[in-house]
Write a protein that binds this ligand. Structure first.
Ligand code: HEC
Length: 185
């Protein structure tokens, strides 16, 4: 075999397909379909992963989004002729009075402290309610209605009873004003 011949043979060898059996052909065809599909699935996952947020954070959740795009003004339509829904003494206390009375700020009788409530309780519920509604400026400044003029007198009364009854008194829960007292239609 001459040198040239050998060269030519190895040259043709290089161009031979690596696929030699029908089985290899089938495997190659199947792979040529499956591999691109796998790549597409991986890419789709990658893009979708961009929308995910860290565990525990809900900045893109439907609830958080609804809150973010909610209108600033929140109107609650109340039927003015309907019966007024009064806050309970506990609700009023927590929303308005606790600011001073929970800790006993500026000489305010402290919630639950029988000793500091004994004197006002002795004067009777009516006096306490009047002082709570109109305000009192003795030891410290008790603002009228605790500083929230929107409170109904009945709500203030309830709050006084709630505080006093948790601080040694046994007042009856005040009766709700009759609905007839509501503004006429
Ligand atoms: C800004 C602080 C403050 C807030 C808010 C406040 N109080 Fe007072 N309150 C006081 C102080 C101070 C006194 C003591 C006044 C005194 O004896 O001179 C007092 C006293 C009272 C007394 C005793 C009055 C009496 O006859 O001696 C009642 C009852 C009372 N508050 C009810 C309320 C109710 C009900 C609320 C909520 C609606 C409220 N307070 C909110 C500061 C506050």
């Amino acid at each position: 075999m001459s040198n040239t011949q050998q060269h030519q043979e190895s040259h043709t060898e290089e161009h031979h397909s690596p696929i030699k059996t029908p089985k290899q052909l089938i495997v190659t065809i199947v792979l040529s379909f499956v591999v691109p599909i796998l790549i597409i699935i991986l890419l789709v996952n990658l893009v979708a992963a961009g929308n995910q947020v860290g565990a525990g954070s809900d900045t893109l959740g439907p609830e958080a989004t609804a809150k973010r795009i909610a209108p600033v003004a929140h109107l609650e339509l109340v039927d003015a002729s309907g019966p007024k829904v009064f806050k309970t003494g506990e609700q009023v206390y927590k929303a308005v009075c606790a600011g001073c009375h929970a800790a006993g700020v500026a000489g305010a009788p402290k919630f639950g402290d029988t000793a500091s409530w004994a004197a006002p309780i002795k004067t009777g519920l009516n006096t306490m309610v009047t002082n709570a509604i109109k305000g009192k400026n003795g030891v410290g400044v008790m603002p009228a209605k605790g500083g929230n003029p929107a409170l109904d007198d009945f709500e203030v009364t309830r709050a006084v009873v709630y505080m006093a009854n948790n601080s040694g008194a046994k007042f009856d829960e005040p009766a709700e004003p009759a609905p007839a007292a509501a503004p006429a239609k």
